[in-house]
Design a binder for this molecule. Structure first.
Ligand SMILES: [Zn+2]
Length: 319
């Protein structure tokens, strides 16, 4: 069973300290987030995670894209849609992915960039992550140009499609689309589905979609989305496991969140093992990836690292 993460990791950007860093800072070329990516990557590998992320250390999942996509702005910490949404000039997150792959390769050659890796036991890599069009629109204030959220979602999907192509080229082992809003009952599922189809069209690597929260009402619909993996929370929201009972997964794999990411309390290995075994009983180990419930940005570094380690050990105990 492959282990992965949802994406974000505690972020510790570094102020320039050496003379050369201070000079770079003066010329605006110093990047204090690179050390934060290095730390996220090396912690995940040290914990034994197979498919890691760059840690999404720069900003929140909405802000990082809203700052970069023409038609969107972030004002007083509020993301807004203020004009026609267009693809950004260049990629938003591919350079961080490339840097993460370089760091990972330096630690272990197993993480070498290779977009044609099969997602089977023993595979290692770095995944590319984008925030989904539906979530970006529902997290933003609509101020002009679009009257209907649905139109903004489709334009955003076109813009993000470019981003997934950049990530594929950069060496992502697969692409994950974060759509936490889909479980809220507020969104039009058919537009969300159409948008994901646009984003994933023409990709030759595998794709996943992460949905936060209680998916009881929407899970069967998620199985119709054009992705290979559906990733949900099963530790913090125990009732989610009921959706897997007698469910035809339609060929999809399940990202099985098995660590509560809302608390710094580190689970016991046995506890995590038991939850994973319940998942295996319902859908089979061959259909599961294990990961934390959600991003770990808000956790302490100690807690984030220890939780990942416990999960890896639990999986080893079962495999
Ligand atoms: Zn989540």
């Amino acid at each position: 069973m492959l282990t992965t993460v949802v994406g974000s990791y505690p972020s510790f950007p570094k102020a320039p300290s050496s003379i050369s860093e201070k000079v770079s800072s003066f010329f605006g070329t110093y990047d204090g987030y690179k050390p934060a990516i290095e730390l996220a990557v090396s912690d995940q590998i040290k914990a034994g995670i197979d498919i890691i992320s760059d840690g999404q250390v720069r900003a929140g999942m909405v802000e990082i894209f809203a700052q970069a996509i023409p038609g969107m702005i972030v004002e007083d910490k509020t993301p807004k849609i203020v004009g026609k949404i267009l693809p950004p000039q260049g990629s938003v997150v591919a350079s961080d992915l490339k840097f993460a792959i370089k760091i990972a390769e330096g630690i272990s050659k197993d993480y070498r960039s290779n977009s044609n890796k099969k997602l089977e036991k023993g595979v290692k890599g770095v995944k590319g992550i984008i925030t989904g069009p539906t979530t970006l629109v529902y997290s933003s204030r609509l101020e002009g140009f679009y009257r209907k959220k649905e139109d903004a979602i489709i334009d955003l999907a076109q813009a993000l499609k470019r981003e997934t192509e950049y990530l594929e080229k950069a060496g992502a082992v697969y692409i994950q689309i974060d759509e936490p809003f889909i479980s809220t009952g507020m969104v039009d599922i058919s537009t969300a589905k159409k948008a994901v189809e646009i984003v994933t069209k023409d990709l030759s690597i595998h794709t996943a979609m992460h949905v936060c929260g209680d998916v009881g009402e929407v899970f069967d619909k998620l199985l119709n989305f054009n992705v290979d993996i559906i990733d949900c929370e099963f530790a913090g929201i125990p009732e989610n496991i009921n959706v897997l009972e007698d469910m035809d997964l339609k060929g999809k794999k399940i990202g099985f969140g098995c660590l509560d990411t809302k608390t710094d309390i580190v689970e016991k290995k046995e506890e995590v093992e038991e939850l994973i075994k319940r998942g295996i009983d319902l859908i089979g180990a061959e259909n599961m990836f294990t990961d934390p419930d959600c991003g770990m940005r808000m956790r302490s570094r100690d807690a984030a690292f220890s939780k990942l380690k416990v999960m890896v050990e639990a999986v080893k105990g079962i495999d």
